[in-house]
Design a protein around this ligand. Sequence first.
Ligand code: IPD
Ligand code: CA
Ligand code: CA
Length: 277
Amino acid sequence: MNNEIEQVALRAARAAGRIHLKRLSRITINRKSNSIDLVTEADRESEAAIIDVIHRAFPTHAILAEESGASAHQSDHRWIIDPLDGTTNFAHGYPQFCVSIAYERRGRVQFGVVFDALKKECFIAQRGQGARLNGKPIRVSTTPNLCAALLCTGFAYDRRERRRFYLCFWEELMTRAQGVRRTGSAALDLAYVAAGRTDGFWEFGLRPWDVAAGAILVEEARGRVSNMDASELDLAGANIVATNGRLHEQLIEAIAQARPEADRRQAEMLRETKASA
Ligand code: IPD
Ligand code: CA
Ligand code: CA
């Protein structure tokens, strides 16, 4: 069974990757809920291709996919799909995007694949069997503290409205860490923690398809993933912290430290916006 899951997931990821590469040279952009949330033909086409591969192999499994939503029926088996993570990068031809597919059984993710077709990097993790990049085992970094750490973060699509909130955490971590990056693909951000390329990642307001595969990659690479208060990651309300494990408490503590000021500045901004309306 496990082997079949892996084979189907890889087939689906490769099908999506081929569409990414084909579409990269002729991109059609549409806007979603607000002016910065984009969707391209590549998002839709690759999602359809992934679902087609999964349905052919497992017609009764449930699906949660970014563009088409959740399947109507319930099942113990569910696939969580982001057909193109890093759409803004993709739309600009910036080379940082991927497909992310996770397989969940009875509410627990068992397998994840994050595939970057452009760089030909395929990250996979199977519960209890470690994580691999192009077939080779990967492990998180051994960086022991924040001041030596390269961190990564992202900003959700409400970033214009909540900019002061998000920037407080950026400011705090910029002061404490060796460096902070914002790459524009949460799934690759998590895969990079798993591969030891970065030491930690945090982001507010992610969706299940952004993190389901990346989180198992980090766990299976011997890292740690949690909600921002260190409790077990809730995929539905993904405010995520993922680290090499050694830094986990430090990153959570830094985020907690910045939180009151973030809330205060955000409330202040709301008051200013109302007053000027
Ligand atoms: C986005 C990316 C980005 C993150 C956003 C996500 P999308 O996903 O993962 O890095 O900061 O919060 O929504 O829209 O490119 O699939
Ligand atoms: Ca995404
Ligand atoms: Ca997406």
